[in-house]
Design a protein around this ligand. Structure first.
Ligand code: ZN
Length: 234
């Protein structure tokens, strides 16, 4: 987990709110593998039994569908409504009171008498996303993506999604050829629904971006800063 999310997690909240589609995508962006997912799941829903790797993979596929539609809205304001409607048509919903105490939504999708936890959540997220899409088409706010950058030392394990190169190209520090020696630099994955006022997901993310950008432009910057700090303390 990166620092910015730890900070967000410790911020006081008035009431517990279930995950929405954008938050879930933002958190998913930090899972490199099944083990990361397990850590996340046991935190989010400590009382539910842990889904297996196959369920995890199909959950990711479902979330990727939403991610692709979100990118399409982000870059050209277009969205594949028939594809969303097709998926909605296959879903039924019910309330799962036994999930109380988790951060999962309690209105969940099911296909048979049984609820598979991750399918149930994926369906709930699809509906939540569809609500955003419907509002967007009606003139509501679109999508913003944080302009922050951070270092992820495990980045080489990641495969860039089809749209990720486009997202990176919007950030000067990440454009091809800008910092080729530093493969660990990533664009913050956080989305938020809005009208493009805020550029960063958090103060911590903005500060980190400032520091990285300073470092790249003036390689001696950090060393200088530490030296100045040590001299001050003497
Ligand atoms: Zn951010």
């Amino acid at each position: 987990m990166s620092d910015k999310h730890n900070e967000a997690a410790s911020a006081p909240e008035e009431t517990q709110r279930p995950l929405d589609w954008a938050e879930l995508l933002n958190e998913e962006a930090q899972w490199h593998d099944y083990a990361d997912f397990l850590g996340w799941f046991s935190n989010v829903a400590p009382l539910l039994s842990v889904p297996g790797p196959d369920q995890f993979q199909s959950f990711r596929d479902d979330l990727n569908f939403i991610r692709r539609q979100a990118a399409s809205i982000y870059f050209n304001g277009a969205v594949d409504i028939p594809a969303i409607n097709n998926r909605l048509a296959n879903l039924s919903f019910r309330i799962e009171p036994s999930w109380e105490g988790s951060r999962l939504p309690l209105l969940v999708a099911h296909t048979s008498s049984e609820v598979n936890v991750l399918d149930g959540v994926a369906g709930a997220m699809l509906v939540d996303f569809a609500k955003f899409v419907a509002d967007f088409i009606a003139g509501g706010p679109g999508l913003c993506r944080c302009e922050g950058v951070f270092r992820d030392q495990r980045a080489e394990e990641l495969q860039l999604t089809e749209f990720e190169t486009q997202y990176r190209d919007e950030i000067d520090l990440l454009k091809d050829g800008q910092s080729p020696e530093d493969q660990s630099l990533q664009r913050c994955a956080d989305f938020f629904v809005g009208r493009r006022k805020a550029r960063f997901c958090s103060d911590a993310c903005r500060f980190m971006t400032f520091r990285i950008s300073k470092q790249l432009k003036e390689p001696g910057y950090l060393a200088d800063k530490q030296r100045r700090y040590r001299n001050r303390k003497k």
